[in-house]
Design a protein around this ligand. Structure first.
Ligand code: GLV
Ligand code: MN
Ligand code: MN
Length: 423
């Protein structure tokens, strides 16, 4: 593998990401939520690329596109074989950039294409997985598609509603999937050798260290908690201020208290975000009676995260009571801090060294499918520098050269991959 190969990988990745980014629910910005017709179109395109790269392609009950590259001597159509899993996601946040998730899927496909072109097979099979629910931007689920592959899907997620009142199981049927078939998506433990993922960093560390790529050590744990505040609706012109039970003012205080709690724990890299809120009944001249918002709370280890949620719960109850409101909390996503396996981290570090690159190690504040896949098998991640550390924003950017290096590093990692190192 030389310089021109790296440039070519990068240019191919860029072109494929452009093509995927054109598939959006909205005309002027990239939004592609789980199980929408646009998710289906993107999944179809990815499946086509996988087939062109020499993989057999299947779709599971959650719409995950699964490309299979057989091991040395493997008969076509055989399944129960040990495999290295490579993946990422093709769903996006609302008004997304084009690299988050998609780069990892494209990198896996380009690596397989490289092996197919050289007739190179290994003592293990390789599956490339394109998940659809990493962002959790549609239903009250996060990582449900990777959880299904890991055998950790929870049936209680099926009735969860999107903003239009469509349940997850209904959306699966509308997409052409069978909610009864979720269990069959689970991969037997003995078939999964490891899960690895290439992803943009979504933070500033690599850029700051002048390193194109980095090796992830762990992924921060995360809660998503739906908070519902109930007060009393009233006339905006007549209800005196002292007599109001305004659910939005109470919710606003709650948001500020979440910020204060997170700011008090920089040692745990704690972050709290309220990025979505529904105000009801939603009229300019009505005192709001019901407000729903979601608290996204993360920390680099689990005990401070649990303590922070307990403190938040205590504070919101006090805030609600002081304003004549009530509050209920429902945590629908509780994802533990997940450590990347040292033997896989070392594998990525070796691959970077063979490319003459530094191999800095870093923690991921962002969530990833690896957290769900860690319930099935060891996992690791390779991060790619992104401009200004900006992500979840249309200006998200990774250079062609850095993406080319990431594909080259993934190829080296696979060539050097030896499941015997696991123990
Ligand atoms: C996914 O990008 C997340 O970290 O929320
Ligand atoms: Mn992502
Ligand atoms: Mn994301």
């Amino acid at each position: 593998m030389d310089g021109p190969d790296i440039e070519r990988f990068g240019a191919r990745a860029e072109a494929m990401l452009e093509e995927l980014a054109a598939i959006s629910e909205e005309p002027d910005r990239l939004t592609r939520r789980f199980l929408t017709p646009e998710h289906k179109r993107a999944a179809h395109l990815v499946g086509q690329w996988m087939a062109e790269a020499g993989m057999s392609v299947a779709e599971d009950a959650l719409g995950t596109v699964r490309g299979h590259y057989g091991r040395e001597g493997e008969a076509a159509g055989s399944n129960a074989v040990p495999r290295l899993l490579i993946g990422s996601h093709i769903d996006t946040v609302i008004n997304a950039g084009k690299y988050d998730g998609m780069l990892g899927v494209v990198a896996g496909i380009l690596a397989i294409e490289h092996f197919r072109d050289r007739n190179q097979r290994f003592g293990f099979a390789i599956d490339v997985l394109a998940f659809g629910d990493e962002e959790g931007s549609r239903f009250p689920t996060v990582l449900s598609s990777s959880a299904a592959v890991a055998g950790a899907f929870e049936d209680r997620w099926l009735p969860g509603l999107d903003v239009d009142g469509i349940a997850l199981d209904q959306a699966m049927r509308d997409y052409g999937l069978d909610p009864q078939a979720v269990a069959a998506a689970a991969l037997p433990r003995e078939e999964a050798l490891a899960y690895v993922e290439v992803h943009i960093e979504q933070g500033p560390v690599l850029e700051h260290q002048d390193a194109p790529l980095g090796v992830v050590t762990s992924i921060a744990g995360q809660f998503r908690t739906r908070v519902t505040v109930r007060g009393m609706a009233g006339h905006a012109g007549t209800v005196p201020m002292a007599m109001r039970q305004d659910a939005l003012v109470a919710a606003s205080e709650m948001v500020i208290s979440a910020e204060a709690i997170a700011r008090a724990h920089p040692e745990a890299a704690m972050v709290a975000t309220v990025g979505t809120m529904k105000v009801m009944p939603g009229a300019a001249n009505v005192v709001p009676d019901i407000v729903e918002f979601v608290l996204d709370l993360r920390a680099s280890s689990d005990p401070p995260r649990f303590k922070a949620l307990a403190e938040f719960t205590h504070r919101v109850e006090k805030i609600a009571a002081a304003r004549g409101c009530t509050v209920t909390l429902e945590t629908y996503h509780d994802c533990a801090t997940a450590a990347c396996a040292p033997w896989l981290q070392d594998g990525f570090a070796r691959s970077l060294e063979t490319l003459g690159l530094p191999a800095p190690r870093l923690v991921s504040g962002a969530g990833h499918d690896g957290q769900a896949m860690s319930k099935l098998t060891d996992f690791a991640m390779l991060f790619v520098r992104c401009k200004g550390g900006i992500s979840h924003n249309p200006v998200e950017f990774a250079s062609v050269r850095d993406m080319g290096l990431a594909v080259a590093a993934l190829i080296r990692f696979i060539e050097d991959f030896d499941p015997a190192r696991r123990h």
